[in-house]
Design a protein around this ligand. Structure first.
Ligand code: PGA
Length: 251
């Protein structure tokens, strides 16, 4: 297989990034249907994809898109939050994706972070994704430390969904959602890099100067565990949509 490497689209500002990424996401859904598959969209939490999710919701609201047949597959879930905690990624995705896109809530898959045996739950998650026919398009953000999902620096690129310890920098980045920074979970269940790389198409969105060093390391640096997102260089269909600030170290 010829791998040409990630394609990069740089746009002036986050609104344009959202427009372009929404177009690619909806095109990917259409391609899945045209190929006779039930569309499966991988969804990330975090702030970067929110404008993209809002654009897709607008397309649904105006009747330009209908996503009632779509499955949504989460990238990761915190371990250790109460079942009804609104900061659970299942809860966040119900609010930001499932409701606004008009998806069937029964078609949202999230790793089972309450499972007594995380390895079993991780393998079961990957098996469910495979049984759906695989992810057609996986939305990704990038961490300031180069993480993908919760695959932190040092992650083994060969692993499927598994339990991880969060990097302290990740816990700090996510602390805004918790009244006491000590309450940020220390662990999560994340799609592994091998799971992510099995998606047919990867759609990474990056905005703001804060992401520029990680994006440059991911796309221009060596493929190395120090920057988990560098594995993107090994996938045949990656589109990175970035604003000028995030792409500032790529030129
Ligand atoms: P953010 O998170 O979009 O909230 O910056 C991205 C990530 O950590 O992967």
């Amino acid at each position: 297989m010829k791998v040409t490497g990630p394609r990069l689209v740089v746009l002036p500002e986050p609104g344009a990034v959202a427009d372009e990424a929404a177009r690619v996401l909806l095109d990917s859904v259409g391609e899945a249907r045209a190929a006779g598959r039930t569309p499966v969209v991988g969804v990330a939490t975090g702030s970067t994809p929110q404008p993209l999710y809002a654009r897709v919701a607008e397309a649904v609201a105006t009747g330009a898109a209908d996503l009632a047949d779509v499955w949504a597959v989460a990238l990761d879930e915190y371990v250790g939050l109460a079942a009804d905690d609104p900061r659970r990624y299942r809860a966040e995705l119900l609010r930001t994706v499932v409701g606004p896109w008009g998806l069937d809530p029964g078609r949202l898959l999230v790793p089972d972070a309450d499972a007594p045996e995380p390895d079993v739950a991780g393998a079961a998650y990957d098996a469910r994704i495979a049984a759906l026919g695989g992810v057609d398009v996986q939305v990704l953000g990038i961490g300031r430390n180069g993480h993908l999902g919760f695959n932190e620096p040092g992650a083994d690129a060969g692993r499927g969904t598994h339990r991880v310890r969060l990097a302290e920098s990740t816990r700090e980045a996510n602390a805004a959602h918790f009244p006491d920074p000590r309450d940020v979970p220390r662990e999560a269940l994340t799609q592994g890099l091998a799971t992510i790389l099995r998606a047919r198409r990867l759609l990474l969105v990056a905005t703001s100067e804060a992401k520029a060093p990680a994006l440059a390391a991911a796309l221009r640096g060596p493929v190395h565990p120090d920057c988990p997102a560098s594995v993107l260089q090994q996938h045949p269909d990656v589109l990175v949509v970035a604003d000028e600030a995030a792409a500032g170290l790529l030129r």
